[in-house]
Design a protein around this ligand. Structure first.
Ligand SMILES: Cc1ncc(COP(=O)(O)O)c(C=O)c1O
Length: 368
């Protein structure tokens, strides 16, 4: 099929998992596969990882969790979104772990248990500085007292989320850790032991050592990209995804020819302008043209003018490529390499935004 392709190398995904697990001395990893596995396809990625020994997955929505169960994933699955009291039945039916992040989540659980004599598995989410979801340290005493009273709610995990763990300055992350440790101390003091403790994301995996946690949540690093360029350590993870698209037209144009919308590009000599069939509707960032380039047969060629919705143009100079050959837009293929991190830093965005945008008409092809 002509059009953009995301070629996903599951061997790289598995080897990244092993590299990270070794770095963490065998600690249990929760593979974060929300948002369709950061654009890599949550089902194939989860199946490959489960086969490779991963036994915990993090998703955002109940639907994402059910999708994994329907695909045959047997491992634990934690749902990150705020508890929806109307979906408790589906959580139980599909053995999904929900989180509680507000005192208002307790009553529906108690009522549900009264009605059905079942209850979803629960992790407690605490807010230590992200100011998103989670119990604050001030409300924690009341929460634990309530949970002790309602022993039908069995909290098997507790977690928080870093706001700045991938940044060079650790001070805010250290502050978050202190709050989290105070909360963990409270669980001890109130005699409410919780088995599973997790805090890290990819940035913290590399930047912050956490001996008080027995699970690490890892997303971006598994897919072979670094969350930011401010990390203390790096690991030799390999990009999992190659984003490619075919050349569909080649034309020779004279010097001073304008290319694409807004005439933002003007040729500086007689050259070959090539049309590639992929656009911002497929997730190729519209603004990646000022310094943007693609790779073809070991060489880089500048993107000529704004990326259009379905196509973009490339200045090939005096090279005449082959129609239907693919250019590499993101990823690594032999000596051709354009990392998510490179584009993210040029566009002042993040690999997360770029990876999760890949879609539209993109065909996902799995290797390994
Ligand atoms: C709650 C939670 N944990 C873990 C992660 C994984 O983060 P990363 O991809 O940086 O590893 C995310 C991602 O945003 C998240 O929302």
């Amino acid at each position: 099929m002509r059009g953009p392709k995301a070629i996903i190398n599951l061997d790289h995904l598995k080897s990244n998992f092993s590299i990270i697990q070794k770095f963490l001395n065998g600690k249990r990893i929760m593979a974060v596969v929300k948002a369709n596995g950061y654009g890599h396809g949550s089902v194939p990625c989860s199946l490959a990882l489960e086969n490779h020994g991963c036994d915990f997955f993090g998703v955002f929505s109940i639907e994402e969790g059910i999708e994994l169960r329907n695909a045959g994933i047997k491992s634990d699955i934690l749902v990150f979104s705020a508890l929806d009291p109307f979906r408790l039945n589906e959580a139980v039916k599909n053995n999904l772990i929900l989180n509680i992040s507000d005192i208002s989540h307790i009553a529906p659980l108690i009522d549900f248990h009264k009605e059905t004599n079942t209850i979803p598995r629960i992790h407690i989410k605490v807010d230590t500085g992200m100011t998103r979801l989670g119990f604050s340290i001030d409300s924690f005493n009341d929460l634990i007292e309530l949970l002790i009273k309602h022993s039908e709610i069995k909290c098997e995990g507790i977690y928080s989320h870093f706001a700045t763990a991938d940044e060079g300055d650790f001070s805010y992350a250290v502050d978050q850790e202190e709050k989290f440790k105070r909360i963990l101390d409270l669980t001890q003091k109130l005699d409410y032991p919780i088995k599973n403790i997790h805090f890290s994301n990819s940035g913290a995996t590399l930047n912050i050592e956490q001996d008080y946690c027995n699970i690490t949540r890892v997303g971006m690093l598994l897919y072979g990209a670094l969350p930011s360029n401010e990390l203390e350590k790096i690991l030799p993870v390999k990009p999992v995804l190659n984003f490619k698209a075919p050349i569909v037209s080649i034309r020779s144009v004279p010097k001073n020819t304008f290319v694409s919308y807004g005439c933002a590009y003007k040729t500086t000599s007689k050259t070959n302008i090539v049309v590639v069939q992929c656009g911002f509707a497929d997730g190729f960032p519209r603004s990646w043209f000022e310094d943007g380039y693609i790779c073809y047969n070991g060489n880089k060629y500048n993107i000529a003018g704004r990326i259009c919705m379905d196509q973009f143009m490339v200045d090939f100079g005096n090279v005449i490529p082959k129609i239907d050959d693919n250019v590499l837009m993101i990823g690594k293929d032999g000596s051709d390499e354009i990392r998510f991190e490179t584009i993210a830093s040029a566009l002042k965005t993040t690999p997360y935004v770029l990876a999760t945008a890949i879609g539209g008409r993109t065909q996902r092809i799995y290797k390994g």
